[in-house]
Design a protein around this ligand. Structure first.
Ligand code: AHR
Length: 354
């Protein structure tokens, strides 16, 4: 073997070993999470659920994901005979604070809420703690002393952002030129947006060719996704004098649209359809995996959809049963999630149910 051949062989072997190690670690993490979740389910089965009242504050119904999330919680509560005192905060933190205070006055057995933003919960959580009512954060995290709440249950948003970026690294493996990214993010100061953004950056920053040229807040809304694309197209006509099948941001070609949720992505696609534009050379990545975006993926309109699992109801009811029966629960429980890409065998997809 000559020296060069030996060197490339060693590099190749190291790369193969590293890939195997990564797959092994990912499989182990998933298995550990599944095992922990199964153990919790078993303890919950042994705890009673009679006469439990759960106060639940949801942030609203901004997306199909959110609607499914609420349904999942109601369905699981009904199955477990847990009574829910429900409040829809209509996207306002002040409404959530009021609802939580009313749950405390009502002396519910436990409180669960989806914190719309990260900050501003300390006082109300202290009040719940003083009243001896356990609180479980659902779907989103907060910035507060962890002793003020019992647990967090939801998705791993950091990992969702990383998975979106990992797809890009793979997709553009052989491209040497800069790759421009237009990002549509959701509710400002929410933990999901912060974590998705930082997970995404952590991975793309490994390769300087990836450049985020703009981030626009679309509030997780379909109407805003449409509006954002309408404005891009209108500016394009103004700057270049014509409509093209290529997307631009201030004259710069957009190679990738990274959207923090499906509603905004679908709104963006609505705008392209309304303008009869079929974009050929922009890669679209979305998060959530609702049926409509999976359909768009199978039609070639999207390239990658990272799942955000809204079915938190069963695990939430297990945690509520365990904690209200006086047992301890894990501080963090993540639900399992997957990634759908253009490279999949679409015939193997199951209906999403939302
Ligand atoms: O907090 C989860 C996010 O909120 C989902 O990605 C989005 O669709 C929802 O509105």
């Amino acid at each position: 073997m000559n020296k060069m051949y030996k060197k490339s062989f060693a590099v190749f072997t190291a790369a193969v070993l590293a890939a195997f190690l990564l797959i092994f670690l990912l499989v182990c993490c998933k298995k550990n999470q599944d095992k922990k979740n199964a153990e919790l389910q078993k303890i919950a089965e042994d705890s009673g659920s009679e006469n439990i009242i759960l106060g639940f504050s949801q942030i609203g119904s901004e997306s199909a994901w959110r609607t499914r999330n609420t349904e999942s919680i109601f369905e699981a509560a009904a199955r477990q005979n847990i009574q829910i005192l429900f409040d829809d905060a209509q996207q306002k933190q002040e409404n959530q604070l009021k609802a939580i205070r009313s749950f405390i006055i009502y002396q519910v057995d436990a409180i669960a809420f989806v914190p719309i933003v990260e900050d501003g919960w300390d006082n109300v959580l202290q009040e719940a703690k003083d009243a001896d009512i356990p609180v479980i954060l659902v779907d989103r995290k907060i910035n507060a002393d962890p002793s003020l709440y019992s647990a967090f249950l939801g998705e791993n948003s950091l990992e969702e952002g990383r998975n979106a970026a990992r797809f890009l690294l793979q997709k553009f493996k052989y491209k040497k030129e800069d790759i421009t990214i237009f990002e549509m993010s959701g509710t400002e100061n929410s933990s999901v947006v912060k974590e998705r953004a930082s997970g995404f950056r952590e991975i793309i920053n490994k390769e300087p060719k990836f450049k985020i040229i703009h981030t626009e807040n679309g509030d997780f809304l379909r109407s805003r996704g449409k509006e954002i694309c309408d404005i891009l197209l209108a500016n394009n006509v103004r700057e270049n004098g014509n409509t093209t099948n290529t997307l631009f941001f201030h004259g710069q070609k957009i190679d990738v649209v990274f959207s923090h949720n499906d509603s905004m992505t679908l709104g963006f696609l609505d705008s392209l359809d309304a303008h009869k534009i079929r974009i050929r050379d922009t890669v679209f990545i979305s998060i959530d995996a609702e049926q409509k975006s999976i359909d768009a993926l199978t039609k070639g309109k999207l390239n990658c959809v990272v799942e955000c699992n809204p079915n938190l109801g069963p695990a939430l009811m297990d945690l509520v049963k365990i904690i209200t029966s006086g047992n301890s629960i894990p501080k963090t429980t993540y639900v399992t999630e997957r990634v759908f890409t253009e490279n999949d065998d679409f015939s193997k997809y199951e209906p999403r149910g939302y």
